[in-house]
Design a binder for this molecule. Sequence first.
Ligand SMILES: O=c1ccn([C@@H]2O[C@H](COP(=O)(O)O)[C@@H](O)[C@H]2O)c(=O)[nH]1
Length: 279
Amino acid sequence: MSEPFGTRLRRAMDERGPLCVGIDPHASLLADWGLNDDVAGLERFSRTVVEAVADRVAVIKPQSAFFERFGSRGVAVLERVVEETRAAGALVVMDAKRGDIGSTMAGYAEAFLRKDAPLFSDALTVSPYLGYGSLAPAVELARESGTGLFVLALTSNPEGPEVQHAVRADGRSVAATVLAHLAADNAGAEPLGSFGAVVGATVGDLSSYDLAINGPLLAPGVGAQGATPADLPAVFGSAVGNVVPNVSRGVLRHGPDVAALRAATAAFAGEIRAAVAGS
Ligand SMILES: O=c1ccn([C@@H]2O[C@H](COP(=O)(O)O)[C@@H](O)[C@H]2O)c(=O)[nH]1
């Protein structure tokens, strides 16, 4: 049986720090890097990021949307990015935000979490808004293949609260319900469960939420969306040690120079380390 994602992630965070660098090849970034908005530009951009940082950060998060927009040739680039990232020692969290009825969810799970799949990743972002139970096939396959999930709970965008803060008949919010399901799926896991939540670093006061899910908290929003590493202790409180902060554009805007990408990554990593240590 494969070593669980949560165990591998904890080790990677301890060895390399918790920073996750996102690969988000926006058309505007390709232009800023002097690249064409085509498959060759996509490939050069993504593989430069892998070369610059995959040997030094715990996690790389490719944003599938920016590869899918080029069709099958873009997806082929994504396959190479996944392979090269893992070869360089970083874990891959595929940000594809999949979610569907259970029988279809099984197909999505096979696409990303089955060991011999071309896009086999260490973890996948998923949406629970067809009901957390619809994710069961992905939870089951993740357990089998030693992979993980990051379930959208409290997203970093301003539109999220209208759904996520909605209160159910039992008085509990939708997001709190997602967190409670994750805690149940992570019960008894050591040192960390494999089923994480996406909780934006921009969301502000989380004191009414129980973030003690015994799993990782993927925190987008640092950098371009306005949150800073210094905000993390106040937002996540005692759960800050399980936070995996994601920075995409905040690092990527320093390319295409590899040394500059590395310097930006090191600066974020240092600020995050200092913020977490001082909390
Ligand atoms: O709540 C969420 C969930 C996912 N994301 C994704 O993270 C990155 C953020 O990129 P930045 O350039 O650092 O803003 C991007 O891929 C989003 O789709 C998120 O921002 N918020």
